[in-house]
Design a protein around this ligand. Sequence first.
Ligand SMILES: Cc1ncc(COP(=O)(O)O)c(C=O)c1O
Length: 426
Amino acid sequence: MLNSRSKSALWRPWTPITQQADSMRIVEAQGNRVRDAGGTWYLDGISGVLNASCGHGHPRLVEAATRQFQQLVHYDPMVSSHDPAETLTARLAEILPGELNETCLLNSGSEATEAALRIALQYWRNLGESRNRVITFEAAYHGSTFLAQQLSGLPFTVSEWTPPFPIDHVSLPASPRAVRTEEGADELIALFARALEAGPPAAAVMVEPLLGLGGCVVLPAGFLARLRRLCDEHGALLILDEVFCGFGRTGRMFGFEHDGITPDIVTMSKGISGGYLPLAAVTVTSPIKESFVREPVAQGLRYGHTTGGHAVASAVANAVLDVMADEKLVENSAAQGATLLDGLRQLEPSPVITDVRGLGLVVAIEADSPESAAAIATASARAGVMMRHERGVVRIAPPLTITTDETAEMLQKIGAAVETAAEARR
Ligand SMILES: Cc1ncc(COP(=O)(O)O)c(C=O)c1O
């Protein structure tokens, strides 16, 4: 047990060395609230690591994990499959559209990105075509492994190493607010068209339905449908990164459903297991999987991890799907998200706010400066709402189980925090 004088041996990720000691310590979480070591309870405005979509300590998820722990913890996925993984992959095939039927189970969102790209690039080789160029958003975030990190052009992720294949980044043509307009949408799609036309044929275009870590940028309505058409015209695969948006976060089961499209490959993590255990998935269409019969070395996927598709994590994911259906969490995400967005938009006249945007239960306040964003997040934590801020953007993404009363409480406390931040600037 650490006492207040012990020096922590924990090296926290994505945190400057000089700020390692500044963290709070969360010791308990129940429902939509978390408690720190000092005994203060907070409304969880960030769902753990943006993954506790069913809230904390949900009895049905705890029970599903306990039952599976007692029956079979895990077994070598190369030697045997197990019921939880078989059931989960069959259920994913049911809820995903079209021919998205074939799923590989992994541990993290970054691994899902890694697998999706290996599959996409190998697919073209299986077909005898030498496509290997990948197009992504500059403000994308697809993970932090060596390869996944290179897909992003965000300044804080920039890698000093050369990627193993050409990656072209598309920058946002305008501010997040302007990009949501009709003109912004036209400019954005024109940039993707140019990226697809320039250079050798692209193997794949990989995008998030909403640019999460890149500033919570809500993409214009219809953008994904237009991008789907562009990819078809150029023969490129469309990979949708649903790691953050999937499983109800945007008010639909998957973010791409807002545009009614079917991607070729979908990556998932976070909400898939409600954050209770590490789990990720990459689902591809049947023709993509079938092409691997022609894979020259192994006739299959030369990729996988010891704990990929862990039996207990998969059992929890099956229970997550049951809880989401029984508690109507996708519907709740849409309804509470709309209330949250409407309420926060009332704050837009504040001098410290430049934009409020969101989709379902992911809502962002863009502040006039990183300092104002930090001031809003700090004041909000003092008032009892946990939020996260990156550069000038404060992100609010509570569990999908949030109630009407809790949404009202959150709005009232965030409103007071914005007022405090504005006063401090005067
Ligand atoms: C859209 C998106 N893709 C991929 C990842 C990487 O997932 P992980 O942190 O589980 O590796 C994240 C993580 O935040 C993400 O938001």
